[in-house]
Ligand binder design. Sequence first.
Ligand SMILES: [Cu+2]
Length: 398
Amino acid sequence: MHKPAAPSEPQSKAPSQLETLGAATPFRPVYTPDIPKLPFKLENGVKVFHLIAEPVRTEFLPAASWAEARNVDAWGFNGGVPGPTIEVQEGDRVRIHFTNNLPEPTSPHWHGLEVPQDQDGVPGIGQWLIMPGETHTYEFMLHQHGTFFYHSHMPMQEMMGMIGFFIIHPRNAIQPQVDKDFGLILQGWAILPNNTVPNTMAMEFNWLTMNGKAGPACTPLIVKHGERVRIRLANLGMDHHPIHLHGNQFYVTGTEGGRIPETAWYPGNTVIVGVAQARDIEFEAKNLGDWMLHCHLPHHMMNQMVSMVGPMHGKAPNPAKPVPGFPQDMWMTMDEEVARAENSWLPEGWTGAMMGMMTLVRVLPPDKYDRMLALIKDGKYEPGPKWPNKKDAHQHHG
Ligand SMILES: [Cu+2]
């Protein structure tokens, strides 16, 4: 039924060289943390992909001392949720063999692409439903560039997770060129405790993910000081997400309609990514440090945000006072559980601040950046500093 997703490409590969993938003009490859690329074969100048819709067991968050792993039985593509990233170039001709391994009919839509109507992926309009076990082939030319995505055109299947990036690089390089190009897919899920299947009919959402991971399980974006960075954000769910970047003002440089002319870029540090929208932001990483990138809706900065059965309890500070509604916030860390190269050197307890739709942009000085690439290459983790004179943090045991 499902196989584990291949690990995404090492982050160290993205910055070093331009790639052509069989196209005429080199481009900076996009890096979608925790999501692999969909491979293709070149056949007589056509890029041929095989996309497979299927049930996928995925993990939003690993197990910790205070909680079991958050495993989810979602629906995705080629073993992953979101599905693998399709990366192509303006002017390409693509052929996509689409196999439906779901237990019900489906149809994939190429969101934002101008393609012949019978390639648009709307069942009943332009084509018939793709039945379980069937393969349907799409083929079209790409004359646009920008941040697009594919998704099931059956709404309840969308809510099971069925989306993936469709990145089209421009035929001619944009100016200014970016040194790093990242992609993050934003999703909301309704999953009750002790349950693994998303409730696709719910109107309230308690798990919020970036590229299928909830903070602190998202892989941070690693950047070298001074680099020009683009982050592509795509949203498919039931809520808008005001995505906020700490420490760096950015420009909004693209939408789901492609790149915005530079004269119309506008600055900000928070961009609303509405449902069905894509937003590209760009900034020069002038400011060293570990900067949060997160949805600013308070409930979207939480995991398993559900009504509690019975009163909440916690250890009150001394002298204990009965405060109605106390406690409101809890501090839960899982540094060890997400210890991997990209999280090296973060201070003890950093994961207590990371929940929900949240990741880090880590702007490193050149020497540390080079060391980080070496750690990523070797798959090694180096722990960070401990806080001096730390008082016992309030720890939740749920
Ligand atoms: Cu949000």
